[in-house]
Design a protein around this ligand. Sequence first.
Ligand SMILES: Cc1cc2nc3c(=O)[nH]c(=O)nc-3n(C[C@H](O)[C@H](O)[C@H](O)COP(=O)(O)OP(=O)(O)OC[C@H]3O[C@@H](n4cnc5c(N)ncnc54)[C@H](O)[C@@H]3O)c2cc1C
Length: 388
Amino acid sequence: MNRPPSSPVNPRICILGGGFAGLYSALALAKIQLLEQWQIVVIDQTDRFEFSPLLYELISGELEAWEVAPPYLQLLRNERINFYCDRIEGINLEARQVQLRDRGPLGYTYLIIALGLEGRVPPHPDVLSFRRLADVQRLEAELQRLQHEPSLDISIVGAGASGVELACKLADRLGDRHQIHLIHRGPQLLPGFSPPTRKAAEGAINKRRIRLSLNTNVKAIQHQGDFQLQLQQQGKFFKETSHLVIWTAGTEISPLIRSLPGGDRGQLSVTPELQLSRYPEVFVLGDLAATPLANTAQVAYQQAPHLAKNLQSYVFQGSLKPFRYRHLGEMLTLGIHNGVVHSFGITIKGRLGNLIRTLVYIQRLPTLRQSLRVLAHRLKLALPWTKP
Ligand SMILES: Cc1cc2nc3c(=O)[nH]c(=O)nc-3n(C[C@H](O)[C@H](O)[C@H](O)COP(=O)(O)OP(=O)(O)OC[C@H]3O[C@@H](n4cnc5c(N)ncnc54)[C@H](O)[C@@H]3O)c2cc1C
């Protein structure tokens, strides 16, 4: 395998994407003393890190945007990491250069590609997505617009974690005013989740009168005033009308990644050490890396410190280790102050499940400072003697 160039001039580690994989890698790399002379640059098209597992709490009002999506510049204030808010438009692996929309070309010594996946484009432009903070804001604007409707018909496509969690939160927010229909192509909800988690989710769905249709395909969507959906279930076609349609199913590879060698086949193939096989100075992790693992923040979160150690070993000619994932369990929010945690054979549901999930996520916010700020704010709101 190629060895790294010895003592490059102006060594630079470029990290493409500031999500779970990219940002947490940067933070781990910045802690390595031997890399002190190295410039670490994180590039992301948005100016905020988004902690996606907690986006639902913005719809229910349980958390605030600054807690779930803190600005990078604030997070990285005390870190030796440069943040560029820019769009990456090209990656030239031969020239070791990335092309940024505003800043132009940027050379690198080592490259970490952590650009994640994109949500599948819904079949109609007025259908909402639910992946990013901007999607939450768009949904919130729609809910405000429709706030005087006596009853809201909402169709949510996809009963994976996002669809189920969003349906339960929306149901609790709207109370008796909702008619939520959760539409899923497969034979069971929450594919890939354990039976206890699925059972807890089914209980939450039934309790909230959410209509669940399994084995159901969305064949067409039209929008004239309301949405008209054409659905197909077991060979039969039927129609329904909704005020809102939210698409949570499926992911796609961005055209930028498709233009890379092997990118036309989907996620990028990596070695067990998370390197691109023909380009060992390039590491790939998170959702974009083709591994047998699920595309989760939990995987990206564990890959980040591993990658930092491997990159250090690569720079200093040590031996790299294959990444090994340790599954710690599953956590879902299932409505306001309701959740489930299933870990090492133990299932905790309800308010306690939700509390554990929230505390674990607060602890996993990118910096200790952000975790403490959020925790202090939450305690202040919860404790009666701290209220004005
Ligand atoms: C709503 C939702 C809830 C989720 N809940 C959970 C959960 O409870 N538990 C769990 O384990 N996982 C959860 N996930 C999955 C988890 O968020 C992903 O697996 C994780 O974010 C992957 O990390 P990543 O760094 O690979 O990609 P991302 O976090 O998607 O980060 C990629 C970054 O790259 C940036 N980017 C992309 N293209 C460009 C470009 N051309 N130029 C500049 N920047 C670019 C994006 O802005 C983004 O910040 C959830 C996902 C969603 C959408």
